[in-house]
Structures are given as structure tokens and as C-alpha cells.
Design a protein around this ligand. Structure first.
Ligand code: EPZ
Length: 418
């Protein structure tokens, strides 16, 4: 079992390049099942979830090769399988994002029903209601979900919650449907705009991604053209390095980043006393005073991202005063709090909120990452804690952060994998 060992107390400084967005690339890979010819996806991060998605797509019948560092070539076979191995679907929930593309391309799909997970309940009812509204027959039995559709028909769908995954799956399913589909209360994440752009390059007619209403005009066929697509930078990885600079009192410049995608975080940090400047695709973060405690409310995009909630909590443990973080997206995303408390933090969780009383110092300890972003929060705490921090559960962190130790070491951190 691998561990990360961190010697805390080093102020981070220098430049860090942000990798391609995990949560965009995984969906573009699933979307590639609809490609008639073949496609190239660039700026692909070398992370565990991408490797798992490669296995999922291969099991469905796609040929995938790494062309170069960060470049994937995907060529789906004519006859795709309609199901992927259970263990892959179990390993990574994002596997459910192949459902929409498969339903469109071959008219049926069967997958192991993904259950709850470490960050809370994660049903897929909104995905399935969307497929049904489009005319698919959906059956859930013996732990599997089957969807079958000879013909899909455009329809208006109002989502109860702007779910990222449901928006993406319904968008994919509606591409070849007869007539127009309108998704209302759609998720507005930048990753959804990426998918719209990708599908439109294939010949789909989708408008409105990035707003709460997406209109998909069904087309009879997609074009058989090779597509070459470069993925946007990862706003959550960027946010994690911004917070790493903030917690260590550092001076860090992020390059290859889209500053607008990070605004919910950067505006909060300015309120806390961090100096943040942007220039084109760069963000400079300078933090040289003790931060002020601030309250943060997690909401779907463009609100403060749930995927930065644990890292923000870590930063607030050392702020001056008491801060409140309220999580409105995932019910169970405070499981890391006990680990921060073991490092000396003063945090109390009440329902969907964490109340954080700023302390003067954290101290290194052996801690266990319960999930990906919580793992990142423990790394941030370790960077500033006195003495040594040992982080277990590193496989979670590897799911979403490319070359984490290498990047942090280049910024002056003392972190090694054992
Ligand atoms: C995506 O998950 C991301 N994953 C998550 O990233 C991210 O935290 C989340 O969006 C929110 O931004 C990927 O993109 C692979 P949702 P997704 O559907 O699509 C409820 C990370 O660390 N819901 O928007 O699964 C659900 O329970 C991760 O990188 C239903 O009730 O999120 C949750 O409370 C983890 N029924 C809320 O909606 C449904 O059918 C948001 O979920 C679907 C969702």
C-alpha cells in the first residue's frame, strides 16, 4: 500500500502547469463511442480514472492508443458491445456516462447499477427518467440497469436537480432522436460545454450548454469525419494548487488555466486576504498574511464547487476566526474531517455544514484519505503542518491528480511516495 510522506512547513513558490480536466476528458472519451471514424483527444491527464475509462471503452469494443504524452486516439468498432464488466463500473462511477452514447449508437445498454459511494448517495434516477422520457424502456433488476430503445423521440425534460451526469447522458441520448429535446434546469459546468462542442464537431446540433437550457435538435446521422479535440484545463486541479499556495503562504503562478472557471474560488480567497491576479491563461496567487475566516456555500456551477470543499476546509482550519462551509451537492462529503481534527484542526460537523474554528497550527499525523478530494485536502494540511504527515489511501488521490508529488516538489514541497 502506497503512502505519501510530507514534511510540512515549506512555502510554495514557482510555476505549475495545470493538466487537462478529468471530468471533461472522461466524458469526451465516452462520447467518442459515437465517432463514425476516429478521434484524437489532446491534453489527456495520465491519471487512474482515465486508465479505467480506457478499459471500459476497450471492453465495449473501441480501439484506443496513446499516440503521445497526453494524446489519445479512439476508434470505435462498428459492432459495439452493450455492456461493460461489473468490476470496471464498480471501480469508477463515471462509467455510467457510456449509457447515453450506447443508447444512441446501438439502442441498448446494460450496466451494473452503481450504488452509493464515499461522498454520499449517488443515484442515477435522473439519467434514467431522461432516457424514459425520450422513449427508452428502462428496467432495474438483479442489480443491473437495462435501457432499450429502438427509436428515441425528442421531448422537453426538466431536471429536478442540475445533475452533471444526467445532463451529459441525456444530451448524448438525444443526439439522433427524432425531433428536438430541451433539457431545462441543466447543469452549467464548463465540462458540459466541452461535450456540446465535441458532439457538434461530429455533426450533432446542440445549443445552450453553459446555460440552464440545452436544446438538442436530433439529426439523422453523424458525420464520418476525423475529429481532433483539445480538452480544457482542470479547474479543480487548478483550485487545489491555488489553495496549496494560500495555505502555505506561498507565491505560485498557475499556467495553462482558464481563470473564469476558477472565479467562485478566487473571489472567496480574495475575501479571505489572498492576493490573486490573472493574466491571460495564468493565475498568480500570493499569500503572506494570516487569512481571515470566511463562510462558503457549495452549489452547482457557477457556485463554489463541491470538488474543492474539503481543500477549502483545510485552508480555513488555519484562518483567523470561525468559518462555516455548507455543502449542498453531496450529503456525505465531510468524512475527512476526523482526519483533519487528528492533525489539530477544530471542526464540528452539523448536518450539511462544517463549523471551523481557526487554530494556530496543525501537526503532522498518520491520516487516511477517504476519497479523492478529501485526499487532496489532507495533502494541503500536510504541507503546512509541523513535522511529518503520512497519508494513506493514496490510490484515491491518483484517480484525479496527475504527477502530484512531482508538481508539488517543483514548487518547493517536501513530499515523497513510499
Ligand atoms: C460529477 O459527478 C463529477 N464527476 C463529480 O466529481 C462532481 O463532484 C459532481 O459532478 C458535481 O459537480 C464526474 O464528472 C466524473 P451530479 P456526477 O450528477 O455527475 C444528485 C470528483 O471528485 N443526483 O451532478 O455524479 C446526486 O446524488 C467528482 O472529481 C440525483 O439525485 O454529479 C448529487 O447529490 C466526484 N440523481 C447531485 O445530484 C441523479 O440521477 C449532483 O450529482 C443524479 C444525481
Amino acid at each position: 500500500m502506497e503512502q505519501l510522506h510530507i514534511v510540512g512547513g515549506h512555502r510554495l513558490s514557482g510555476k505549475v502547469r495545470i493538466s487537462g480536466a478529468k471530468n471533461a476528458v472522461l466524458k469526451l472519451m465516452a462520447a467518442a463511442l459515437l465517432v463514425e471514424n476516429e478521434c484524437i483527444i489532446r491534453n489527456v491527464p495520465l491519471i487512474k480514472d482515465v486508465l479505467t475509462m480506457i478499459e471500459v471503452l476497450r471492453s465495449l469494443g473501441a480501439e484506443i492508443t496513446w499516440e503521445d504524452e497526453a494524446v489519445l486516439r479512439i476508434k470505435p468498432k462498428k459492432d459495439l458491445n452493450y455492456t461493460a464488466p461489473d468490476e470496471l463500473v464498480r471501480e469508477m462511477r463515471a462509467s455510467v456516462q457510456v449509457m447515453g452514447p450506447l443508447l444512441t449508437k446501438i439502442g441498448k445498454v446494460k450496466l451494473f447499477q452503481p450504488g452509493g459511494c464515499v461522498i454520499g448517495q449517488r443515484p442515477i434516477d435522473l439519467h434514467l427518467k431522461g432516457f424514459q422520457a425520450l422513449g427508452a424502456e428502462v428496467v432495474e433488476e438483479h442489480g443491473y440497469v437495462y435501457a432499450d430503445a429502438r427509436k428515441l423521440k425528442g421531448v422537453d425534460i426538466h431536471l429536478d436537480f442540475p445533475s452533471v451526469g444526467a445532463t451529459e447522458n441525456i444530451m448524448a441520448a438525444a443526439i439522433l432522436a427524432e425531433g428536438t429535446t430541451v433539457i431545462k434546469n441543466a447543469a452549467k459546468e464548463p465540462e458540459i460545454i466541452e461535450e456540446q462542442n465535441f458532439y457538434n464537431r461530429l455533426g450533432a446540433r446542440i445549443r445552450g450548454a453553459g446555460t440552464d437550457t440545452i436544446r438538442i435538435e436530433g439529426v439523422p446521422k453523424l458525420r464520418s469525419v476525423p475529429v481532433d479535440y483539445t480538452v480544457i484545463p482542470d479547474r479543480i486541479e487548478a483550485g487545489t494548487y491555488i489553495l496549496a499556495a494560500a495555505i502555505t503562504g506561498g507565491d505560485v503562478t498557475l499556467v495553462d488555466v482558464i481563470p473564469e472557471h476558477c472565479e467562485a474560488l478566487t473571489s472567496k480567497l480574495k475575501e479571505a486576504g489572498v492576493q490573486i491576479t490573472t493574466d491571460g491563461d495564468m493565475i498568480r496567487v500570493v499569500s503572506n498574511t494570516r487569512l481571515k475566516a470566511i463562510d462558503t456555500t457549495v452549489l452547482p456551477y457557477p457556485g463554489f464547487p463541491t470538488d474543492l470543499q474539503p481543500q477549502m476546509t483545510a485552508v480555513m482550519t488555519l484562518a483567523d476566526g470561525t468559518s462555516l462551509i455548507t455543502e449542498n451537492v453531496f450529503g456525505g462529503r465531510f468524512r475527512y474531517v476526523d482526519e483533519l481534527v487528528r492533525m489539530g484542526a477544530n471542526i464540528r460537523v452539523e448536518g450539511r455544514s462544517a463549523i471551523i474554528k481557526g487554530v494556530n497550527r496543525l501537526t503532522g499525523a498518520v491520516v487516511l484519505a477517504p476519497d479523492l478530494r478529501a485526499g487532496a485536502a489532507l495533502v494541503l494540511a500536510g504541507l503546512v503542518a509541523e513535522g511529518n504527515t503520512v497519508i494513506e489511501g493514496v490510490h484515491y488521490i491518483d484517480r484525479g491528480y496527475e504527477r502530484l508529488e512531482e508538481k508539488l516538489t517543483a514548487l518547493g514541497a517536501e513530499i515523497t511516495r513510499i
